[in-house]
Structure formats: C-alpha cells, structure tokens
Write a protein that binds this ligand. Sequence first.
Ligand code: PEP
Length: 251
Amino acid sequence: MPQRPYIVGNWKMHGTRAMLSEARAIDRAAQRHMKVEVAIAPPYTLIHPVHREAEQIAVGAQDCHHEEGGAHTGDISAAMIADAGGKFVILGHSERRQNHSETNAQVKAKADAALAAGLRVILCCGESEETRDAGRAVSFVKKQLKASLPDFSDAPESVVERLTVAYEPVWAIGTGKTANIEDIAEMHAEIRKLLVSVYGEENGAEIRILYGGSVKPENASEILSTPEVGGALVGGASLTADSFMGIALAA
Ligand code: PEP
C-alpha cells in the first residue's frame, strides 16, 4: 500500500523550550493535514517535552550511540531516546559523518541498535560537490548507502515501516542550492534499485526515499512531485511552523 508523503524536520542544534510553541503549531497544522506524515527531530533536550504535548506528529532524535549503555560520556542510546518518547532517529547525516568522522560501519551499527530498541530509522546518504563534479555521485552514494544499511534479517517484514532513506547532497544542505530535478530523479531511481536488490522486490519498492537539501515552501511542490521522492528531510525551513507546514502542504 503506498505510504503517505513523509515530511521530517531536523532542528539540528536549534531550540530551547521557547521553541515548543513552534512544535505545538506544527502539531496543530498536522492534525488538519492527515494526508501527510509529519515528524520533527529536535535536540535531545526537547524530545520529551515535544512528545508530551504532540498529538499528531512523531518526535525523534538526530543521532544515537550504537551501544545500549556504558561509559560513553555525552552520548545517548537508542533505548534512552525511546524512553523519552522518541519514535525514530536520523542516522548518518552528513554533519555527523563530517564533524564526527562517522564511518558507514558506525552508521550501520547505530541503525541496528536503533531498530533493536524499537525506533524507526531515517538513514542519510549524499555526495560532496567535488564527488558530483567528478561524475561519481551515483556510484559514491550507492556504495555509502549499501555499507550503512541495516540488514533486517530478524524482521524483514517490517523494513518498509521502519526504514526510510534520505538522499541529501552535502553541497545542498543549508546552502540554498538544490539539486536539479533530473539529478534528484536519477539518484532516487538508483537508490530504489539498490533497495530492491538488498531487501527484495516487494519491500525494496515501498521504502520511502526522502530528498533533503534546502527544501523550502517555494521549491517543495516540484521536488515532492519528482518520481520516487517520498517526502523531504528539512533543516532550516523546519524551524518555523509556517515554512515547515508550507512544505508539508505542497506534498
Ligand atoms: C538537513 O540538514 O538535513 C537539511 C536538509 O538542511 P537544510 O534543509 O537546511 O538544507
């Protein structure tokens, strides 16, 4: 069964309790637009407060540790996110891969841990500008994604519900530049082929693939109507209810 478009806000390191009013406004608007699935990933400190107040939207995290607990100062486990009311986690975001040197193997380990803790996973992949200019974007992204995907051998039937892929060209994140529609369509089609080869025809065809990178209300409609684009992962424009729900309404 086709899934609803999925619009996910990544608040990054933005948001104190003052931002709860935006989360409430997003939640109210989402209640009026049930054809779209809306979720936000605020900083860890706001997961529980948003969870307590939200009726419609899901709240999630922007990363997790791959272990359940232990001597990892400053880290948060997937079970802790679930305990705080988080329903999903974004993993392998390019800012984590770049700023924290996260490898594909670490991203995969985190994805396995998140699934084991009952979270859904949004797995990010994307090429740098240099890689695209060198004509290697598709091969790079496929290799990166393949090495980061969880295997789902324990529960293959839940892969469609619990895994989402987000294609985010690194050079488009927070820059105001978006990939052109042909390139988005090509990359999403290639990612689809990879998902089918890894998870089989039935499941691989249904897993949602989001586009991320400077999505705004003004460009959302064109991006979201591109073949194989099942929603958007939104950074800057998710910080106010008006712009974020402007994107959701375009879906
Ligand atoms: C992101 O960080 O996932 C993102 C897509 O950011 P922005 O929308 O600001 O480009």
